[in-house]
Design a protein around this ligand. Structure first.
Ligand SMILES: [Zn+2]
Length: 683
């Protein structure tokens, strides 16, 4: 729904990929592991042949993917530690009901309701009966606007399409209504349109999954099969009218502002008045429609598909999106298709782990408060903020020194750099969940209420001043992001812990690792996408034509390099999809290197454990992303994830840094050394 792209350092949060650890959690502590770990390295490998394997080879051997995970990495392990810690907070809040404060009541009862499998089992599909009954009662296609409004309010999946608010792309001080494509059960529109054997197989398997959901709802197998075909046909038509992931990286393609009469003209068969009234939108003067062709298709389908088919479509999406919170047979089918078939997990995550993640997702700023108190001291905030400032100073230095950019564009780039807001650790003001009803005996009701709270909060922003202090992810999240419309960089407490940021370690690996992450987010403001927004967060060109052409040549160098890498089987990286992330990885590490050199210029750095400071910098960098990845997951991410696979995020960067070749005395012609004329540098 958001115009702003998710320019994060890792897709972990989106992909919901977490690990296994069986112990109880009575005394939660975050375990320590260092940001440069000698036992993770495979010193039998020559770093000039493969830095990633040299730095992470033994980590990979020692850390097989747990059966309940779709991939496994340093980030995933740290998030696992966070989940164990949060579990302790939740169990305590769920048990000690006598003297709880308001925050503990919400998170404790939410967790208690989630963990109570027998109550959920006993309720069966009665848990979604009100929604299913409302669908059954539908009298005409025209009446659908009302029910779609209600379902969208309560369900996090976009049902038919997505709606909410966003900053006006032309005026970031203003929040307007927005509409986006959606309505699909598979992860992306390409799953419906591609012709290769694997895509066809996935579609067949999806139709079986849809049929199974209808059977669980009580349809006989014959009816369920026909219903599944109907859903597939309707979704395929929506998919065909949807923008691709690569098209969605062009912010101008997503900018289509119009007023309500224009929307009604575009989509005459949908009752927008009823929809907006029911969702209590403020008066809408202008709204942004990210994908007009999609909405035209929605309108055409509303005219051509009979009411019965729409009831079928809605029944499926209500049940499918509710499956994780329903009885065991729904939970199992949801796992079998979405995590096992599509992403390769062998086992379901234990109940507690799923419940902690739902609480983090739905009540993150309530649950995150205790986490922050425990792990994020004012000293840690101060030292990481200091590092952010060092990286920003390095960026300023880089901009001033660029030999290909004109003084006019440099001036604008500096204005943008100086306009960036740094947000570290957690929000200054916590979100107030007091209006969300959470009870111990209605888990799906709790989830629906929490989703509705977020949706209402989003709608209520329209016409109000922008809240610059708002965060898009919770404090324990092991990730970071840049938001081009806010022009801010955001580093939650979860990503500033060992083995990422490690106060006990020397500067070199810390700058290589966390310095690189900070540089990555900062560079997003200046990648092929972020660089189209100005210092105020408006979609407004600040480049001279010639400078932009030179910039495009440089980003193409990166995209060509990554497109040559193989992900799995015959699937290559889609360098146009990953361009922004790859540019951010490269720019980030260059900035980290400059900042580290500058921060330590007066120190007499010595080798430690037989590694020079420069070598420790690059090993620290590589070890941020030690990972094992399943082929199924790699295949899915090649389609939907703008990040490249782990090994290329390391090796693909350092081949463009002569500083690396120098640190390890690599020779021309070795695999990790590019000929100088082929080296890519953007910033
Ligand atoms: Zn990123």
């Amino acid at each position: 729904m958001k115009l702003k792209p998710a320019l994060c350092v890792s897709a972990l949060a989106m992909l919901f990929a977490m690990p296994a650890r069986p112990q109880a959690s009575s005394a939660p502590e975050l375990p320590y592991s260092p940001s440069l770990n000698l036992t993770s390295m495979d010193k039998s490998i020559d770093p000039c042949v493969n830095l990633y394997q040299y730095s992470c080879g033994r980590w990979q051997q020692q850390n097989p993917i747990p059966p309940d995970q779709t991939s496994w990495s340093v980030y995933a392990k740290l998030y696992e530690d966070n989940l164990n810690f949060l579990r302790g907070i939740l169990e305590q809040a769920a048990t000690n009901t006598a003297q709880r404060d308001a925050v503990s009541q919400k998170i404790g009862d939410f967790y208690a309701a989630c963990i109570d499998e027998s109550a959920i089992e006993a309720r069966g599909i009665d848990a979604i009966k009100p929604q299913l009954d409302a669908i059954t009662r539908l009298k005409s296609v025209h009446d659908m606007a009302s029910i779609i409004a209600q379902l969208q309010l309560n369900f996090s999946r976009s049902i038919l399409f997505g709606g909410g608010s966003d900053q006006d792309p032309d005026n970031s001080e203003q929040i307007i209504a927005s509409l986006d494509q959606g309505g699909l059960g598979l992860p992306d529109r390409d799953y419906y349109t591609k012709d290769d054997a694997k895509s066809k197989d996935t579609r067949e398997r999806y139709v079986q999954h849809v049929q199974k959901i209808f059977e669980l709802l009580g349809d006989n197998p014959e009816t369920a099969k026909n219903n599944a075909q109907t859903v597939m046909r309707m979704e395929t038509a929506l998919a065909n009218a949807s923008l691709t992931q690569v098209e969605r990286r062009d912010p101008y393609k997503l900018k289509n502002k119009m007023d309500l009469p224009a929307l009604e003209k575009l989509t005459p068969n949908f009752d927008w008045q009823t929809y907006y009234t029911q969702l209590q939108y403020p008066k809408i003067a202008i709204l942004n429609v990210t994908a007009p062709a999609f909405f035209k298709q929605v309108s055409a389908e509303l005219a051509s598909e009979p009411l019965e088919n729409w009831k079928t479509y809605l029944r499926f999406h209500v049940a499918d999106s509710s499956s994780p919170y329903l009885s065991a047979n729904f939970v199992q089918e949801n796992f079998d298709f979405y995590r096992k078939y599509l992403r390769g997990a062998k086992e379901m995550q234990p109940r507690w782990k799923r419940c902690v993640q739902y609480a983090d997702r739905d009540l993150g700023e309530a649950l995150g408060q205790a986490y922050v108190r425990k792990v994020f001291s004012p000293e840690l905030k101060q030292s990481t903020l200091e590092m952010v400032k060092q990286i920003e100073a390095a960026m300023e230095q880089r901009i001033r020194q660029l030999d290909w950019m004109s003084p006019e564009t440099k001036q604008q780039a500096l204005v943008k750099l100086h306009g960036i807001r740094n947000k570290i650790g957690y929000p200054d003001k916590w979100r107030d969940y007091s209006s969300v009803t959470i009870t111990r005996n209605d888990f799906i009701g709790d989830v629906n209420n929490a989703v509705a709270f977020e949706h209402r909060r989003d709608i209520a922003k329209i016409g109000k001043p922008v809240d610059r202090g708002e965060w898009d992810i919770s404090p324990p999240t092991v990730d970071a992001y840049y938001n081009p419309q806010m022009n801010d960089i955001n580093f939650p407490a979860g990503v500033l812990q060992p083995p990422l940021y490690d106060a006990k370690m020397d500067d070199a690996p810390n700058y290589g690792n966390t310095g690189g992450t900070i540089g990555h987010e900062l560079t997003h403001g200046f990648d092929d996408e972020g660089s189209q927004f100005d210092a105020q967060g408006n979609l407004k060109n600040w480049w001279t034509k010639t400078d932009r052409e030179k910039f495009d040549e440089r980003t193409k160098c990166v995209s060509d390099q990554y497109s040559s890498y193989v992900v799995v089987d015959d699937v290559h990286i889609n360098g146009k999809l990953t361009m922004g992330e790859d540019v951010a990885d490269l720019g980030g590490e260059i900035l980290a290197y400059i900042a580290w050199k500058s921060a330590t210029k007066d120190k007499n750095l010595q080798p430690i454990d037989g590694l020079t400071p420069e070598q420790r910098f690059f090993i620290g960098y590589a070890q941020w992303d030690c990972a094992n990845e399943r082929p199924e997951d790699l295949r899915m991410r090649a389609q939907v994830d703008p990040h490249s696979p782990a090994q290329y995020r390391i090796n693909g960067v350092v081949v463009n840094m002569p500083e690396f070749a120098q640190a390890f005395a690599c020779k021309p012609g070795q695999p990790m050394v590019k000929p100088p004329e082929k080296v890519c540098r953007v910033w």
